[in-house]
Design a protein around this ligand. Structure first.
Ligand code: SAJ
Length: 434
């Protein structure tokens, strides 16, 4: 495969939140792409030109590349020139990374590999996973010369190239973000680089596989540690009766200070997961990363306790919880602190809880039989006395002061800096009393 030659045939293994957009973007660049997934339902949906996940502009893109015959999906592997593996890497109950899906993908790919092929792992992975994948392929295909294990020119190339896209901006960031491309050998990195140059406009930087694996983990751990600092400050501010938003706003006027935004905790399936991969790899050297995880998880319980104190102080007040998504302006409810907090309140306070989530057609399963109901933001503003802001959706952010000035507001996201301070101080005092 060469950059200037005809486009390679590509197989993307795993058609989830990363795999499907990646497959579609590669197809748009003119490569014939086969998407492989274990779910027949996912495969059928994509082959109809439809999508099973929500992401800005993805529907039109998939529809276009499927109708032009550039993207198809299957549960059966087929030969290709480049294999891109984008499968989940969860952790178990002890926070140990589970790379079984990566190895299963390797077992699927190995039988159809031929000389000249490139295998690229994109899944967030503990350091050393790409070499494990390489060793598995070597074991399954003793007929092939494998990079790092042969003195000759290897038959195949194996590399690690993490995605770093932000949900809600995936298509744009897939194309425009810089990429770190880590080869099992420098030659492998060059082969993978030639492939990414076909569809990435950002700068592609080559390195070794282990450094690229660690880079991905470090990016998300960096974010987690910095959010933990903001969340810890918010709890300190509650204890001291201070307005954390005011303190952060002022501190951030310092030219070398940039404190992130407190929230009800850290959600999603990356930032709350990936730091554990570092901790698992170096348990004695990671007190800071481990503590940050603890702070961010604890913040959810702090929010629940503070909200419970508010609700118990006024047993007749009707309450609106604003947002269930794991962050603003998306319909992704996986590992969402807002969802966790609201469901706990619904279980305790039942029909007093009114949930506002414009991105959800209905309440998630755990709300069944709690008595909590879903209403829209207009009803919430007309009928509820207490507003608990859990997600900074734009539709909440734009509510003018006049429509909420008389409410008791617990704003975990700081979207309403003009909310009368007396109300916010009252909330802080109630929480302290609790
Ligand atoms: N959050 C805060 N305060 C902040 C920023 C975020 O409470 O100041 C919360 C969010 O509300 C959310 C969580 O953190 O619950 C994570 O949100 P996010 O927008 O920071 O990140 P993700 O999980 O959507 O995507 C991250 C990104 N990583 C980094 O920004 C370093 C993305 O670039 C990665 O590709 C993605 O993880 C991934 O797939 O690993």
């Amino acid at each position: 495969m060469s950059r200037t030659g005809s486009p390679p045939d590509v197989c993307v293994v795993g058609l989830g939140y990363i795999g499907l957009p990646t497959a579609a973007v590669i197809a748009r660049a003119g490569c014939k792409v086969l998407g492989l997934d274990v779910s027949q339902a996912v495969v059928d949906t994509i082959n109809r030109g439809e999508i099973h996940i929500e992401e800005v502009d993805l529907d039109g893109l998939v529809q276009g590349v499927v109708s032009r015959g550039l993207l198809s999906a299957s549960t059966e592997i087929a030969p290709a020139d480049v294999f891109v593996i984008a499968v989940p890497t969860p952790f178990d109950k002890n926070h140990a990374p589970d790379i079984s899906y990566v190895l299963a993908a390797g077992r699927a790919v190995a039988p159809v590999l031929k000389a000249g092929d490139v295998v690229i792992l994109e899944s967030t992975s503990p350091v050393g996973t790409t070499e494990e994948l390489r060793d598995l392929i070597a074991q399954l295909r003793p007929d092939l010369k494998i990079p790092g294990l042969t003195r000759d020119t290897p038959d195949v190339s194996i590399a690690y190239c993490p995605e770093r896209v932000l949900p809600g901006r995936i298509l744009e960031e897939l194309t425009n973000n810089d990429r770190s491309i880590g080869g099992v050998t420098p030659r492998c990195a060059r082969k993978a680089l030639a492939f990414y140059k076909r569809f990435v406009r950002g700068e592609c930087v080559t390195t070794d596989a282990r450094s690229a694996e660690m880079t991905k983990l470090v990016e998300n751990a960096y974010r987690d540690v910095n959010i933990a600092f903001a969340n810890e400050l918010s709890m300190v501010a509650d204890r001291m009766g201070l307005d954390v938003w005011e303190v952060i706003r002022l501190a951030n006027r310092h030219p070398r200070v940039n404190i992130l935004t407190p929230g009800p905790g850290v959600g999603g399936h990356c930032i709350a997961v990936d730091p554990w991969f570092i901790v698992h790899g170096a348990p004695d050297e990671t007190p800071l990363i481990r503590t940050a995880r603890g702070v961010n998880d604890h913040k959810m319980h702090h929010v629940i306790a503070k909200a419970e104190a508010l609700l118990e102080a006024d047993p007749h007040a009707k309450v609106a919880c604003l947002g269930l998504a794991f962050k603003a302006n998306i319909d992704d409810f996986r590992e969402s602190p807002a969802r966790f907090v609201t469901s706990r309140l619904a279980r305790k306070f039942g029909s007093r809880i009114h949930v506002v989530e414009p991105y959800a057609a209905q309440l998630p399963i755990e709300f069944t039989d709690t008595g909590a109901v879903q209403i829209d933001i207009d009803d919430a503003l007309e009928t509820c006395d207490i507003l608990i802001v859990l997600v900074d959706h734009d539709v909440f952010r734009v509510v003018p002061l006049a429509e909420r000035a008389d409410k008791l507001v617990y704003d975990t996201r700081g979207i309403w800096p003009d909310q009368p301070r007396v109300v916010r101080e009252e909330a802080a005092k109630l929480a302290l009393a609790g």
